[in-house]
Design a protein around this ligand. Structure first.
Ligand code: ADP
Length: 597
């Protein structure tokens, strides 16, 4: 419609403006289209981990080509109708705005995108690391549980063999070992004790008893540390022939072997428990040869911990063993003591039997002496003969009473103390007269007439002591003195170790028998109270005297200035005061018995 053209003309005056807009838009579109691929290249370069990189590159290429198309349009610019120009202008301006906005947005987004991606990767790595750590912790927990179980197993027994056996079995299971063995110090075979002996093995019993010297370098190296030490498979400690069917007795060469020392407590015997000797055993552990397994740190730590635990359990076992041995020893000693006691009882019974037989056998002849003496007294005799027969009769009586009572028990009753001395003198007088010895008796004025005690025992002591004085004196005299010791007199100065106890009801009778006989050599003095010690005589009398004196809570001792210088026997006995009949000598003459006339 040409006629209408004129009226449109003035409106078209903005055509140049539209073209200008299109030019500008095309330029910006091209700019955006070229910058976006650059940004994508940058992004692809930076984000090496982006999974669809080739798509991005494809997209970039597509945009560049689009950009190129727009650039070409700048030369190939055609004039279109007004409507088309308008639409194209709007489209191009919009495209320019959108593409530039996209390019600008990408500039902002890419760094963010990149950092997000980096963080994602970081987190991914962290997660993997955590997974790994979790795995390790789980293995360690597992190992810890095994160690606890193992320790419990080991500690639950106090038998050395069970401890070592359990250790091998449990360690073998926990660490999946091909072999585990224990070498213990041995004192056997050559007796030197400087060898290790294979005492336990997990799978190989045929090598048990094999020995290795302790002074070889590998053993010394293991002994020097408490850590697990790697050992070459060719080392003598690792040379364990594997029993079983696979390699027909050939040498087994395990790939990975470690060894750890086990401190062993050695108690030589129970008495020397304070001085313990420390030596070491060795535990050898081998991994299987068929897998390329290597020892890991936590496995070695486990081995070290177990070695310590085994050492503790072994020391407990050693102490128990020693105490058992000591108990057995004590039991054996008790049995021996029991035997000795039974033998002693048997001897006592035999002695008692002998005494009773003797008593019985002696009674008849004694009674015969008494009877004949009594009959003789009824006949006509010279005064001298009468005195001798009377002595025989009294001696017989005394003998009869002694035979009747062989026990060492006191029989106390009131008796006439003065008369007792007179009786004793009368008994020994004939012998003294025969030996022409003078016997003087002096009883002190305060000596009670009556006392309470065992008269027969007192007579026996006096007869023995005075009898000895007569026996060991050839010439001279025998002086007998009797007095009372009261609290005022200090006895301690000449009776060491004897502490008299005074009371209102008791007194001490003090008797001294002094002779001018052969005396006693000073070295012999300490032995006179021990039976059968000195050459002359039976050596029984003083021993019995000492027994009786002790029963009477007293003391007896002998003094002599040496051979040929006479002897003084002194004794003290505790007697009861007779309340009914007492007082000093009623008759003055009675107190001095001079038997010489
Ligand atoms: P026995 O007189 O039967 O030998 P005792 O036990 O009475 O036994 O005496 C032991 C020893 O003490 C006597 O053998 C003697 O050597 C010595 N002995 C005892 N009393 C005297 C004494 N008065 N004089 C010398 N030696 C004496």
């Amino acid at each position: 419609m040409d006629h209408g053209c004129d009226c449109i003309e003035p409106v078209w005056s903005g055509e140049e403006l539209l073209v200008k807009y299109q030019y500008i838009s095309d330029f910006f579109i091209a700019l955006a289209y070229f910058s976006i691929p650059l940004e994508l290249i940058y992004f692809v370069k930076k984000s090496s981990f982006f999974p669809y990189r080739w798509v991005l590159i494809q997209f970039g290429a597509f945009i560049i080509l689009c950009g190129a198309t727009h650039l070409i349009n700048l030369w190939n610019f055609a004039v279109h109708s007004r409507a088309v120009e308008l639409v194209m202008t709007v489209a191009k301006v919009s495209t320019a705005v959108v593409s530039c906005a996209t390019a600008l947005t990408l500039v902002h987004i890419i760094p963010d995108l990149l950092s997000v991606k980096t963080r994602e990767l970081f987190l991914k790595n962290k997660a993997e690391e955590l997974d790994r750590e979790m795995g390790i912790i789980r293995t360690q927990e597992e190992t810890g549980r095994h160690v606890r179980m193992l320790t419990h197993e080991i500690r639950s027994t106090l038998d050395r063999h069970t401890i070592l056996r359990t250790t091998l079995v449990e360690l073998g299971r926990t660490l999946a070992l091909a072999e585990c063995a224990i070498w213990m110090p041995s004192n056997s075979s050559n007796g030197t004790g400087n060898h290790l002996q294979l005492s336990h093995s997990l799978h190989n019993r045929t090598s048990l008893g094999a020995t290795v010297p302790v002074n070889i370098p590998v053993v010394r190296r293991i002994f020097s540390t408490n850590r697990a030490v790697p050992v070459t498979p060719t080392s003598p400690l690792a040379q364990l022939r594997m029993g079983g069917d696979t390699n027909g007795g050939g040498r087994y060469v395990p790939p990975e072997v470690v060894a750890v020392r086990i401190p062993v407590l050695q108690l030589v015997n129970f008495e020397s428990i304070g001085t313990v000797e420390r030596s070491y055993g060795i535990m050898v552990l081998m991994l299987p040869s068929d897998c390329a397994r290597k020892w890991r740190r936590h496995e070695l730590e486990l081995v070290e911990v177990v070695a310590d635990q085994v050492a503790v359990a072994l020391s407990h076992a050693a102490i128990l063993e020693e105490s058992m041995r000591a108990r057995d020893l004590l039991m054996a000693q008790n049995v021996a003591l029991d035997c000795a006691r039974q033998e002693a009882e048997l001897a006592v019974r035999a002695r008692n039997n002998f005494l009773s037989v003797m008593n019985h056998e002696l009674q008849a002849p004694t009674q015969a002496i008494i009877a004949t003496s009594a009959t003789l007294l009824d006949t006509e005799l010279t005064p001298n003969q009468r005195m001798m027969v009377e002595t025989a009769l009294k001696s017989g009586d005394l003998l009869a009473s002694l035979i009747n009572d062989c026990s060492f028990e006191l029989k106390t009753s009131p008796f006439n103390l003065h008369a007792t001395f007179r009786d004793v003198i009368n008994l020994i007088k004939p012998i003294a007269a025969l030996k022409q010895l003078s016997v003087n008796v002096t009883l002190s004025h305060d000596l009670p007439l009556s006392a309470i005690g065992d008269k027969r025992r007192l007579v026996q002591i006096l007869l023995n002591v005075v009898g000895n004085a007569i026996k060991f004196t050839k010439e001279g005299q025998i002086q007998i003195t009797a007095s009372v010791t009261r609290s005022g007199l200090l006895l301690d100065q000449f009776v060491p170790g004897f502490y008299p106890v005074y009371s209102d009801k008791h007194f001490y009778l003090y008797v001294q028998v002094k002779d001018t006989g052969c005396g006693i050599a000073p070295p012999d003095l300490p032995h006179v109270f021990t039976r059968f010690t000195l050459g002359h005589g039976t050596g029984l009398g003083l021993a019995i005297c000492k027994r009786f004196v002790s029963l009477m809570e007293g003391h007896i001792w002998l003094e002599s200035e040496g051979a040929g210088k006479g002897c003084t026997a002194t004794f003290l006995v505790k007697l009861g005061i007779d309340e009914n009949l007492n007082g000093p000598c009623p008759l003055g003459s009675y107190c001095k018995l001079d038997l010489t006339e």
